[in-house]
Design a protein around this ligand. Sequence first.
Ligand SMILES: Nc1ncnc2c1ncn2[C@@H]1O[C@H](COP(=O)(O)OP(=O)(O)OP(=O)(O)O)[C@@H](O)[C@H]1O
Ligand SMILES: [Mg+2]
Length: 324
Amino acid sequence: MKAMIEVENLTKYYGPVLAVDRISFTVPEGKIVGFLGPNGAGKSTTLKILTCYLSASDGRASVAGYNVFSQSLEVRRRIGYLPENVPLYPDMKVKDYLKFRAELKNIPAKQRKITVEQAADRCWLRSPTNMMERRIDQLSKGYRQRVGLADAIMHEPAVLVLDEPTIGLDPTQIRETRHLIQELGQQHTIILSSHILPEVEQTCSEIIIIAGGKIIANGTPASLRDQVTTGRLVLEVRGAETAAMVKSLAAVNGVKKVDVAAEGQWARLAVTPAAGQDPRTELFKAVAGAGWQLREIRRESGSLEDFFVQVTAQQQLREKTAVA
Ligand SMILES: Nc1ncnc2c1ncn2[C@@H]1O[C@H](COP(=O)(O)OP(=O)(O)OP(=O)(O)O)[C@@H](O)[C@H]1O
Ligand SMILES: [Mg+2]
């Protein structure tokens, strides 16, 4: 599959502040990729660099095969960008604003009317309620966001870059925007940012988790869920009193703690390894050596949500220490 976005060791300093720290990723053509991270993670900074609104301090980035730094005109032509704060002219009518944007995007005069109408239709600006004659400062946040989206898709860009597309929207609007993004995803490659895990999980085929300017994890929602473990090992054992087995396994090299997860014919024991240790082989030997039976030994899986909460907490901790 062709890569539509390629980022390699991208780095951005704002003065002394390291906002993006050598990140690398690719977005294949036709995918919807979610950039997920807490506030201050570096999402907007990365997206601004991809859309040529900001220069990088180091690294490389390309969109549709064009270099973001040396071929910015070509890149801009192929990108539709919904920025964090959509810069709208408050006293313009929606229709006039979109026409003005069409002109800026070099859409020929003859085609402007139909182009604007089509984009407006796709973002529900003409029906069920026609908003085209409204002044922009009289629109709700959700409708402003739709105007921003209509602007972003108007020139049929290959790539859409959407910075927090659903922020500030009510639940109905969030659902509608999510559907719109999925629909747009059939014709465009999309990278969107969010700090809401369920939203990214529902909309995106791939997720890149970023915190403190670094990529912490990436993959499909399912593969990320597989990667997330609690750090504990779960064993199912039988052959002695549970307490005796706990005592014996707790004495194994590399084991910090053993908890009973479930009793019964088979005891399910949750083993917390000592830092940096993987005592699975030793645990197996201990069970076999005692003449007990072992029917399962596996890493305990965690929830993606817990993982994301941890990532967020770690970044906040880093920010605190950086300030202190
Ligand atoms: N113009 C700027 N000057 C100095 N520092 C900045 C500037 N813009 C962003 N930063 C810092 O860079 C880091 C990353 O910011 P960025 O806006 O990219 O984060 P974000 O992931 O988009 O966060 P949010 O979810 O709040 O939008 C933060 O520490 C922020 O304070
Ligand atoms: Mg941001």
